[in-house]
Design a protein around this ligand. Structure first.
Ligand SMILES: Cc1cc2nc3c(=O)[nH]c(=O)nc-3n(C[C@H](O)[C@H](O)[C@H](O)COP(=O)(O)O)c2cc1C
Length: 172
């Protein structure tokens, strides 16, 4: 099996991160992988906002905890979160986000950095306290955050995925 396929097949969502931080050059490579993802009509209307300050990350987690009544919410204690935002009017925002996030997850995995998709922000971006935070970190007012990558070193082996059977059909 080639290394690319092996990297795809062995990536798993990590939900317990250690205190070890990600080196800036590794983060930059992960973000670059996101930039090279496909986007609808190649518009690239997205923005990747990487928050590398643990206090600022937990400030956002606290807002989610309160807004969604999720006691103890902490994004699994990552070293970095990457907010993937896009124009609210874009017809491809969700698809673009998924492509960019998966590229980032795979790049992270190839560097032995764990990752997981965080979905909690997408429906509450325009709550005043959340929007104030997004303004503070420079997410454009006309953007919604469609997904977040939480990144860090795994502190626990991730769960193995059981791939469902009967999903692939090859028609001759
Ligand atoms: C659209 C989407 C939203 C997700 N949201 C979350 C989330 O909010 N929190 C979480 O822990 N995992 C989230 N995940 C991760 C999935 O639960 C995970 O990919 C799935 O269980 C398969 O496990 P694997 O990633 O280890 O293969 C999300 C995945 C996708 C594609």
């Amino acid at each position: 099996m080639n290394q690319i396929i092996e990297n795809i097949l062995t990536r798993r969502s990590v939900r317990v991160f250690s205190e070890k931080d990600i080196a800036r050059e590794d983060l930059e490579q992960i973000l670059k992988a996101g930039l090279y993802a496909p986007s609808g009509m190649n518009r690239q209307t997205w923005q990747f906002t990487a928050i590398v300050n643990r206090e600022k990350i937990q400030k956002l987690a606290k807002l989610i905890e309160v807004k969604l009544s999720r006691a103890g919410y902490n994004f699994y204690n990552p070293s970095v979160i990457v907010l993937v935002s896009n124009e609210k009017t874009s017809g491809w925002a969700k698809e673009d986000t998924a492509c960019a996030l998966e590229n980032m997850f795979l790049a992270a995995h190839s560097l032995e950095i764990g990752s997981v998709w965080i979905n909690q922000l997408k429906d509450i971006c325009d709550e005043p306290e959340v929007r104030a935070y997004l303004n503070e970190v420079g997410v454009p007012e006309e953007h919604n955050v469609y997904g977040i990558a939480a990144l860090g070193y795994a502190a626990k082996e991730p769960n193995q995925n059981v791939v469902k059977k009967g999903i692939v059909k090859i028609v001759e």
